[in-house]
Write a protein that binds this ligand. Sequence first.
Ligand SMILES: [Fe+2]
Length: 266
Amino acid sequence: MLRQFKSVVHSAKVAKVFLWSNIDINIRLMSTKMDRNNFFFRQLFDPVSCTYTYLLGDLTTRDAVIIDPVLEHAERDAGLIKELGFNLIYAMNTHMHADHITGTGKLKSLLPGARSVIGKASGATADVHLADADLVKFGGYQLSVAATPGHTNGCVTYICHEQGIAFTGDTLLIRGCGRTDFQEGSSEALYKSVHQKIFTLPDHYTLYPAHDYKGLTATTVGEEKKYNPRLSKSLGEFIKIMENLNLPYPKMIDKALPANRVCGIY
Ligand SMILES: [Fe+2]
């Protein structure tokens, strides 16, 4: 009887430990994986330029891509990719950045086999040039390319329909958008890109921008359609808002643009 009782207590303890470890695992998985499948997602940050970098991977094949890496964090990112056992296929940019130097070139040297990727209209050198409707495949996943010019000519948005997520670069920021007063910027083009290529996605799609300056990490199509103080307005009002931003000359532009024309290796 005593043995039976001890056995029940032991089983209950094991069950409790098992339950708690499962909860713990689930919490940890929720923070690194989206939906219940083998998709890996990690948002990384550069506090100097407030740039978000995204590492996406297929946990089965171990193929991964990185979006908008920053030169100064190439070793951090390469270390994480190696530690997690990923094979970096593509080091990608959403556009030719003016506020930081891309890490794609350095990542190629740290992780041989990776190829640099950028929109063809950017005019930048890369191993792979993308155009509207192209697909970027890694493992069992793919990113659809949407040309979203306006902030720059070569801006693209990467959409993963399987996960209901999109990486909007500087085309659409959380409650904002990229400036349109340099690098072939066009307010009209940006407005049309957002309304035709991003706001036409389902409202629940989560959007991940290239930057946020207030600590916000993501938004949704539905939220931005409703609350974006610029892009929820008419085209005419949007153009006026953009004309009156009076932004200072970008600090890094003279250094960043020449470097970013050649994957940050200069
Ligand atoms: Fe930008």
